[in-house]
Design a protein around this ligand. Structure first.
Ligand code: S3P
Ligand code: PEP
Length: 439
């Protein structure tokens, strides 16, 4: 098995000698796994999580919940098939210390959980976690009755002084910098004394499908949630207080992590099959069926999974990615290899993701000879012949996979710190070379 390179190493991105033709089993969704862990921890009975994603972000979530007293057993499922984690909820404990790494889901979803602990819970993480916005969660929890010590910047590090319960009730949040503020408050909402009513006050709200994912998963464990889609007021979500059920949940493949593999089919004019692609899902990656079709491919969704085929041509696209921002790096990579320019819109908030993704994509593609400019809310990408060079990744898993896509078509691309893909897809280098080996 290929060894994952050390963080500082340069990984020679494999160049595709022909059209790829492969079946790629994509590991479970980060967003589903981390929501499922939180909901199982807050439930009133044990639950199972099958095919969970085992990656840096999800192991940080599991360890954080363990630090607060939840038992999570990693093993195989009750019928002996595949990996499954058993979550045994318990009274939430403090004092505890949580390392959030650079996981948005951990830094946003867990402070509300910590208000239910019976003592202080200290949160800290990677240097970048100190820069990512958290003010929406901090201010809302304070308004709902929590005591939180921070350094006044509305960011990590901070301590939530849990007292075993939170009043809850109505609260206003400007979630224009991250949908995760809304998801965070909703996920713990059933355990607040009065539930929670979240009213978004900002002018834009990114990543709506991820909020819908939160709502669907809450309902699946028995919570009552009123939403704008279910006839409620626009921009308002209401969760009724109540006990949550322990469930047996199978995690869908991570469709955003399927992106580089589908992109490989697109840029090489090949074919990639992703088994177990869900027929219905709230994952933003499902939009790739439409976006990559517009960019030149075609797809067929069957009971087995998704078959995606490239035509040999790659077209530019003008698209608003506000709902599906995490797809931007991979789309930008394909756009840099297209036969016409692209405009990616609606993603100003990506400047506050794992890195400033708009600046990073612009710089790295341009250093390979590209012509990318930043706009107020996205990127203009004018394809140019690219050449090899080092593609820096800024500890951003999606920068690394974007660079790998470019490397398929451009000889001599070397990816700095490909190991950063461990945030959500630790097997990436092996899956990538296996896909090419099958060509
Ligand atoms: O709730 C989630 O699981 C996520 C929501 C989105 O965050 P933002 O709304 O901050 O973009 C997305 O980009 C992130 O990768 C995962
Ligand atoms: C933005 C992302 O992650 P996070 O959950 O850390 O916000 C991402 O995975 O693209």
């Amino acid at each position: 098995m290929a060894r994952t390179p050390a963080p500082t190493a340069l990984w020679p991105a494999p160049h595709a000698s022909g059209a790829v033709d492969a079946t790629v089993h994509v590991p479970g969704s980060k967003s589903v796994t981390n929501r499922a862990l939180v909901l199982a921890a807050l439930a009133s009975e044990p639950g199972w999580l099958r095919r969970p994603l085992r990656s840096r972000d999800t192991l940080l979530m599991a360890d954080a919940l363990r630090a607060m007293g939840i038992e999570i057993e990693e093993g195989v499922g009750p019928d002996g098939t595949g990996e499954a984690w058993r979550v045994l909820p318990a009274g939430l404990r403090g004092p505890a210390t949580v390392d959030v790494g650079n996981a948005g889901t951990v830094m946003r979803f867990l402070p509300p959980v910590a208000t239910l602990a019976d003592g202080p819970v200290h949160f800290d993480g990677d240097p970048r976690s100190h820069e990512r916005p958290l003010h929406g969660v901090i201010d809302a929890l304070r308004a709902l009755g929590a005591r939180i010590d921070d350094d006044g910047r509305g960011a990590l590090p901070l301590t939530v002084h849990g007292v075993g319960a939170l009043d809850g009730g109505p609260v206003e949040v400007d979630a224009s910098s991250s949908s995760q503020f809304v998801s965070a408050l909703l996920l713990s909402g059933p355990r607040f004394n009065q539930g929670v009513e979240v009213r978004h006050t900002g002018s834009t709200l990114p990543s709506l499908p991820h909020i819908q994912m939160t709502v669907d998963m809450l309902r699946a464990v028995g919570a009552q949630v009123d939403t704008p889609e279910s006839g409620g007021e626009p921009g308002v979500w209401r969760v009724t207080p109540g006990a949550l059920l322990g469930r047996d949940l199978t995690v869908e493949p991570d469709l955003s992590n399927a992106q580089p593999f589908l992109a490989a089919a697109l840029v090489t004019g090949g074919r990639v099959v992703v088994p177990d692609w869900p027929a219905r899902t709230t994952q933003p990656g499902d939009r790739l069926r439409e976006i990559f079709t517009e960019m030149g491919g075609s797809c067929r969704l069957t009971d087995y999974g998704l078959e995606f085929t490239g035509s040999g041509a790659v077209h530019g696209i003008d698209v608003d990615l506000g709902d599906v921002g995490e797809l931007t790096p991979g789309i930008a990579a394909v756009a840099a290899l297209a036969d016409s320019p692209s405009t990616l819109r609606g993603v100003a908030h990506l400047r506050l993701h794992e890195t400033d993704r708009l600046a990073a994509l612009t710089k790295e593609i341009n250093e390979l000879g590209g012509d990318v400019t930043e706009t107020a809310d996205g990127l203009h990408i004018r394809p140019r012949p690219l050449h090899g060079g080092v593609f820096h990744t800024y500890e951003d898993h999606r920068m690394a996979t974007a660079g790998a896509v470019i490397g398929l078509a451009v000889e001599g691309v070397r990816i700095e710190n490909v190991a950063t893909t461990a945030k959500t897809l630790p097997d990436f280098p092996d899956l990538w070379t296996a896909m090419l080996g099958a060509a």
